[in-house]
Design a protein around this ligand. Sequence first.
Ligand code: ATP
Ligand code: ZN
Length: 283
Amino acid sequence: MIRLAIQKSGRLSEDSLNLIRECGISFVSSTYKLKTEATNFPLEILFLRDDDIPGYVQDGVADLGIVGQNVLVEAGFPALEVEALGFSKCRLSLAVPRGEEYSSVASLQGKNIATSYPEILGRYLAGEGVQAQLHTISGSVEIAPSIGLADAICDIVSSGSTLLGNGLREVETVFRSEAVLIANQNLGAEKQHLLEKLRFRMQAVRRARRNKYIILNAPVAALDQVKALLPGIKSPTVTKLAEEGWVSVQSVVNEDDFWHVTDQLKAVGAEGLLVLPIEKMIS
Ligand code: ATP
Ligand code: ZN
């Protein structure tokens, strides 16, 4: 049995639960319960505040956890990270009141900065050779300048609309974060084996999310070009169509390249493109 801690309720919760489910692990979750046991994998899931997760994993109360890198690094345990998970991407940024003059980080010399991330920000400012007074507050950081508590803030930004609504301007990115799987560093052999099994499944889910299955028809004359555009995992599958001079090609394409590749496929004469999601991808 291995214990995984995830956020009880917040921005990481749903994606964490979905990832576990997509790994083929079934469990009953209820928002009232603090833990649940999977029915088809030796896994126990604990529901905690995200800030508590790194410490619990470090101490071995939980074997594994899913948290944002921002929380992990702030807690001082970056070495626990074992796998980046690709969701909850956000950045930690410095922001100043919109009317305020700002040319570089040096403009923050001697200023008061409100943040929930004194460790990460402190290290960043030290690296830039800037000395400032950091005021640690745990929430609603973005209102600090308007109530006279600080000259600037450092907080999580995803779209920037919260900053805008509070009359702030984002000026520097201090840290980029995404959700990560973390693990205690002294897992026994059995738990280590379960961790590897979980990682293998998480990697397969992630790879599948990043790729699409594509099926199309192409004139035989264009086959070499189509093959070059769709190298797939090993090579594309090519079958003859009933219509003379045409083939059907099946392959896998990376989501990032998808639209670019599609345009080129059409340009060389491909028709009838079908694109399907992939559930798992095992290399
Ligand atoms: P808790 O009550 O568990 O302490 P919280 O209020 O500290 O929750 P959330 O706001 O739910 O935390 O955010 C959890 C994590 O999600 C953050 O630490 C960060 O890694 C990530 N995150 C925060 N804001 C965003 C965002 N706007 N977009 C994407 N990810 C985000
Ligand atoms: Zn939190």
